[in-house]
Design a protein around this ligand. Structure first.
Ligand SMILES: Cc1cc2nc3c(=O)[nH]c(=O)nc-3n(C[C@H](O)[C@H](O)[C@H](O)COP(=O)(O)OP(=O)(O)OC[C@H]3O[C@@H](n4cnc5c(N)ncnc54)[C@H](O)[C@@H]3O)c2cc1C
Length: 405
């Protein structure tokens, strides 16, 4: 039987796959990263024009990976969060004083994250980047997994990490697939400028259509993610810049001043789904391949990065105990633990959407009382922040070490 050439094969070098490779670079592990699109390819779906919110925990993970110093040059810090329900009385304000961290999170273009990760990967002797190429099939035996690519390569490894974002058939072929539930809304994203310098406050405003998030970037720029029914999103996509800015102004109000400019607008479909079982046939799903959540609370990639940190702990313990990381019994223990946290985040984000889009008077009253109750309790604020910042409970080494540094 042939000996695996690689300890780890990463299928998909997007945000999550590239982060995992970075987390394991300069180790004794031999790693192959297979990615369909070249980094600068316009159709690269992970590193596009989107700007995403990183939690404090994600910053700590990137610090441990040694890449935060480069990412932070384009990171806008979030020092406070303002949550409101349009047309109602409920408001909650959260800030760094409630948790004692330098920021609550950061806003960073995904293209910047990708550029920094790939720069590090290219310089790592233990990583082979196979790109552009695409995994088209996989076969497993009791001792290894073989990934076959469209360019005719057969890559042998002990374990394959499926980080394809659920974009290929590899998950389906290995029973790592669940039908995702499509939300009837879409996210319209853009970068908008106001006539005032941002006060590093992130706004989450729940409107009758869905949540509107405005995240502070550097200067007077904000990343906008506006969840809307598809028909409304299409209408706003075809409106002129002036019409668009005027509609945004009336939906959001004038808390950040007057909107004066908008960048390119793009629309993304929204889905919800997670796997009941995240491993099969020496393959383990992480990131969007394992769970897709609504971007309302900015948790998708953050959850994927936590998968990375937890997997690094798992891999280190396998190496220390000379255990096979692809063996079913080991993966079974790891995934039971991992699923608990993922399920909590999936339920939390879906619950937010359900609660804030329900238009019955009773639900609206309850959520506004809830927002005000949180606003009056420092303890509740600290509890909520620690959960959404990813720094509660038992933490993986990549977060712990940066916390202690
Ligand atoms: C509008 C919007 C806003 C968002 N905002 C936030 C936010 O604020 N905060 C946050 O944390 N998250 C946010 N997210 C979620 C975040 O973008 C995703 O969670 C993240 O992109 C998932 O990364 P991934 O690497 O798992 O998958 P992907 O980004 O989908 O990457 C998968 C990669 O695999 C490659 N690939 C696919 N199939 C194959 C194959 N067979 N062989 C080789 N390569 C393959 C693809 O080319 C791609 O590079 C947002 C999402 C949307 C849509």
């Amino acid at each position: 039987m042939s000996k695996p050439h690689f300890d780890l094969i990463i299928v998909g070098g997007g945000l999550v796959g590239a982060s995992l490779a970075c987390a394991l670079c300069n180790t004794n592990l031999r790693i192959a990263v297979i990615e369909k699109h070249s980094f600068n390819d316009q159709s690269q779906p992970s590193f596009d024009e989107r700007t995403i919110a990183l939690t404090w925990a994600s910053r700590l993970i990137f610090e441990s990976l040694g890449v935060w110093k480069d990412i932070k040059t384009e990171a806008g810090a979030i020092k406070s969060i303002h949550i409101s329900d349009r047309g109602h009385f409920g408001t909650t304000r959260l800030n760094t004083a409630h948790v004692g961290t330098e920021a609550l999170g950061y806003v960073v273009p995904t293209r910047k994250i990708g550029a920094v990760l790939y720069d590090k990967l290219k310089r790592s002797a233990n990583i082979e980047i196979i790109c552009p190429d695409e995994v088209s099939d996989s076969k497993s035996s009791p001792s290894e997994i073989i990934c076959e690519t469209l360019n005719g390569r057969r890559i042998h490894g002990k374990i394959a990490i499926l980080a394809d974002g659920g974009r290929s058939d590899i998950g389906k072929q290995n029973n790592l697939f669940n039908d995702v539930e499509k939300y009837s809304q879409q996210a319209l994203v853009s970068i908008v400028e106001s006539d005032r310098i941002s006060e590093q406050t992130a706004y989450e405003r729940f409107t009758e259509h869905g949540p509107l998030a405005l995240l502070p970037m550097t200067g007077n720029r904000y990343a906008l993610a506006w969840t809307l029914p598809s028909i409304e999103a299409a209408r706003l996509m075809s409106s002129t810049d002036l019409e668009f800015l005027s509609e945004l102004q009336s939906a959001f109000g004038d808390r950040v001043g007057t909107f004066i400019r908008t960048g390119l607008r793009a629309v993304y479909p929204l889905s919800l789904g997670h796997l009941e079982k995240i491993h099969q046939n020496r393959m383990l799903a992480i990131g969007n391949a394992a769970h897709i959540v609504h971007p309302v609370a900015g948790q998708g990639f953050n959850l994927g990065l936590r998968d990375v940190a937890e997997f690094v702990d798992y891999m280190e313990s396998c190496v220390e105990l000379s255990e096979d990381p692809g063996e079913n019994i080991n993966l079974e223990k790891y995934s039971a633990q991992r699923q608990k946290q993922v399920n909590r985040v999936v339920r939390f984000t879906d619950g937010l959407i359900t609660m804030f889009t329900a238009d019955s008077h009773g639900v609206s009253l309850a959520r506004n009382i809830g927002l005000n109750a949180i606003d009056m309790s420092t303890r509740s604020k600290r509890f909520l922040l620690k959960k959404t910042m990813g720094i509660d409970g038992q933490l993986p080494r990549l977060i712990r070490e940066a916390c202690e540094a």
